[in-house]
Design a protein around this ligand. Structure first.
Ligand SMILES: CC(=O)N[C@H]1[C@@H](OP(=O)(O)OP(=O)(O)OC[C@H]2O[C@@H](n3ccc(=O)[nH]c3=O)[C@H](O)[C@@H]2O)O[C@H](CO)[C@@H](O)[C@@H]1O[C@H](C)C(=O)N[C@@H](C)C(=O)N[C@H](CCC(=O)O)C(=O)O
Ligand SMILES: Nc1ncnc2c1ncn2[C@@H]1O[C@H](COP(=O)(O)OP(=O)(O)OP(=O)(O)O)[C@@H](O)[C@H]1O
Length: 512
């Protein structure tokens, strides 16, 4: 792990990022460390000034032994250090981070997954299959956790869906050093927007779906910007798998066609979906069995390149939800392209579980509880519709809330989904940040345009979950949506410990 000043100059110049470098008498010739956090600086560090940066961090970096900094402008506090001024510090950081860690991406078969919903589930499906097929040599970078090697300490909780570039390449390098040959990673639209993945090429890119989300302060200014960022996965992948049933399919498909020849684009859709009549898809699937705990699909290929993967046949999926059939098929095709056989896939797929997604709990004296991560219109509507379709005569009680300071459109979306499908809603806190959870709940409630829905607001999430379970009768369905196994609540800039929805439900079951 090292980087020389001459490598830095060459890389930045090649990518048209270099504006200028000052002439310091003691200019360092090489670096043993790179970081964007002053608290991590040690002697011989190259320091990056990025994001919501404060000049005092550079003072700390200098005091702790940084010898140069990369920034978009000079800082007075950096006097005496070599300053490398660039036009885009995030891009420079990704580029130099990859070089510092010796381009670990070149030693991994990388599958990148994007989509508004289903990224984590698909990543778990693909990882479960490919890790078995490679005998434990598949890394995973997901919203829930990162697995960078076979040792227990090489599996840890993620702070972001897609890590900051220096962390990304650091973790990839550790995966390579640990003998990993494949990597499954979720790629968020923010990762593209913030250039965390600048310069990274994927062997395979999966585009699951897109619907309005992540629009607002600190995220995307418009839906067009959100879609544009997600489409960057298509631009940077050697082969792509696209769900032909996604909204905006025409736009997404034509973007892919602009970047790749047809033989590198794989399309899939549910049999008889509207799209598959209009566009020749490579794979179709049909549901052959489905209940509240599992389902089975039959996969059929319709193109030469699809047939070559030899994936036709039936597959069992032991996570409920019809949308998980789409997620599973994306993972089946991806695993096939990464080298797994249909038999290997068929064996591994049913074993996959995703923490905090569709976890089912049977109670003795009340309803069945589903803990799930749905927290916008598309996901809550899919989840509630699936449950209602399975049990049309049973009451559906929903506990949910929406995050503060972001994703404002989620509030109307959750209200709309509840109004369309649920019978009872208990609205509560979900990472309120600097906002009042009751005000957020009232905003959600104002979008439930259905007088038949009973709505309560209970600020404390544990109380809300307890009330919903106690209110439910045997046979009825309680959905606890939005936090899954998250063990914190974001309140006023702090991650306040929270038992997690799953733990609260488990404890309730023990009490009975
Ligand atoms: C708006 C945004 O993208 N923010 C991200 C960004 O923050 P930032 O660069 O402004 O960093 P900051 O924490 O404000 O601090 C500024 C800089 O000062 C440094 N610093 C700070 C303190 C100090 O003492 N010394 C010091 O040097 C920090 O290390 C940083 O480099 O870079 C940080 C990592 O370097 C991220 O943690 C942070 O994500 C915030 C927390 C976040 O919540 N982001 C969400 C929106 C996000 O990215 N979500 C997507 C999933 C959503 C999707 O599906 O699209 C994700 O990929 O997770
Ligand atoms: N293909 C899909 N279409 C619609 N909803 C889905 C789909 N897959 C999963 N969901 C719903 O979305 C929730 C989140 O799923 P998952 O964590 O796999 O998605 P994600 O894209 O990683 O989400 P996030 O960006 O919120 O982390 C699930 O709990 C489920 O309710």
């Amino acid at each position: 792990m090292a980087l020389t000043m001459s490598q830095i100059m060459t890389l930045l110049s090649e990518h048209n990022l270099l504006i200028e470098k000052n002439n310091e008498p003691n200019e360092p010739t090489n670096f043993a460390h790179v970081t964007y956090d002053s608290r991590q600086v040690v002697p011989q560090t190259l320091f990056f000034c990025k994001g919501n940066f404060q000049a005092a961090y550079l003072t700390q970096a200098k005091n702790q032994g940084a010898t140069a900094y990369v920034a978009e402008h000079y800082y007075q506090e950096g006097t005496g250090l070599t300053a490398i001024i660039v036009s885009n510090v995030q891009q420079a950081m990704a580029l130099l981070g990859a070089a510092f860690y010796d381009f670990p991406q070149n030693k991994l078969f990388i599958t990148g997954i994007t989509g508004t919903k289903g990224k984590t589930t698909t990543a778990y499906f693909a990882h479960g299959i490919q890790n078995a097929q490679t005998e434990g040599k598949t890394a995973l970078f997901s919203t829930i956790d990162r697995i960078v090697g076979p040792k227990p300490e090489q599996q840890f909780k993620s702070n972001l869906t897609t890590p900051e570039s220096l962390d990304l390449f650091h973790d990839m390098a550790e995966a390579v050093a640990s003998g990993m040959t494949q990597l499954i990673m979720e790629v968020s639209s923010q990762a593209f927007k913030k250039n965390r993945v600048y310069g990274l090429k994927y062997d395979l890119g999966i585009f699951l779906n897109i619907s309005p989300d992540h629009i607002g302060r600190n995220e995307h200014p418009t839906f067009a910007d959100y879609l544009y960022c997600k489409e960057q996965l298509l631009r940077n992948s050697k082969n792509v798998i696209i769900n032909a049933e996604t909204d905006h399919f025409d736009e997404i498909y034509s973007a892919a066609q602009g970047f790749l020849p047809e033989e590198n684009i794989y399309l899939y859709a549910r049999e008889n979906s509207l799209i598959s009549f209009e566009t020749q898809v490579d794979f179709e699937f049909a549901e052959t069995r489905q209940d509240l705990s599992a389902s089975e699909i039959n996969v059929h290929s319709y193109s030469d390149k699809g047939e070559q993967l030899q994936l036709d046949g039936t597959y069992e999926i032991d996570i409920p939800g019809d949308y998980n059939q789409q997620n599973a098929l994306a993972a089946i095709i991806a695993a096939g392209m990464a080298g797994a056989s249909a038999t290997e896939i068929r064996q591994q797929l049913p074993a996959v579980r995703v923490p905090g997604r569709m976890e089912v709990f049977q109670t003795e004296h009340h309803g069945t509880v589903y803990v799930d991560y749905a927290h916008n219109y598309a996901s809550l509507k899919s989840l509630l519709s699936f449950l209602h379709q399975q049990e049309p005569d049973e009451k559906l009680l929903v506990v949910t809330g929406s995050a503060g300071d972001k994703g404002i459109s989620r509030r109307s979306g959750l209200g709309q989904a509840i109004g369309e499908v649920a019978d009872v809603a208990i609205l509560t806190a979900d990472d309120p940040a600097t906002e009042d959870p009751i005000a957020i709940a009232q905003e959600i409630a104002s979008h439930i345009n259905n007088d038949q829905v009973t709505v309560q607001i209970v600020a404390d999430r544990k109380t809300a979950i307890t009330q919903a379970v106690q209110l439910s009768q045997p046979g009825e369905i309680v959905v606890v949506a939005g936090k899954g196994r998250d063990a914190t609540q974001k309140i006023q800039g702090q991650d306040v410990p929270y038992e997690s929805d799953v733990k609260i439900v488990e404890d309730l079951l023990k009490e009975r």
